[in-house]
Design a protein. Structure first.
Length: 94
């Protein structure tokens, strides 16, 4: 699967780093929804990802229907965890 790059969103300022986009005044920030499966480490990883995305211009969505970006976080060590993600992807239509 190819890497997916999310744009870094910043308020409209001069000299933004390459790959960033301007958020015009009055524009709502895009929302990200994260589902976490598995161990405590996965929960910690999801919190880190949410923090990075928040600093990059994204807010957390409480429901998958409200999200612009949906992330499913699990490990692939146990087959059961991977199966759960595949089932969830089917439900979401992917």
């Amino acid at each position: 699967m190819p890497d997916i790059l999310l744009p870094i969103l910043e308020p409209a300022v001069e000299g933004l780093a390459p790959g960033t986009r301007h958020l015009e005044p009055g524009t709502t920030r895009p929302k990200v929804y994260v589902e976490t499966y598995g161990c405590q480490m996965n929960i910690s990883d999801s919190e880190i990802v949410l923090g990075v995305l928040h600093k990059s211009g994204y807010d957390q969505a409480d429901r998958v229907e409200d999200a612009d970006v949906v992330l499913l976080n699990t490990c692939a060590i146990r087959e059961n965890a991977e199966n759960k993600i595949n089932e969830r992807l089917n439900i979401l239509g992917y």
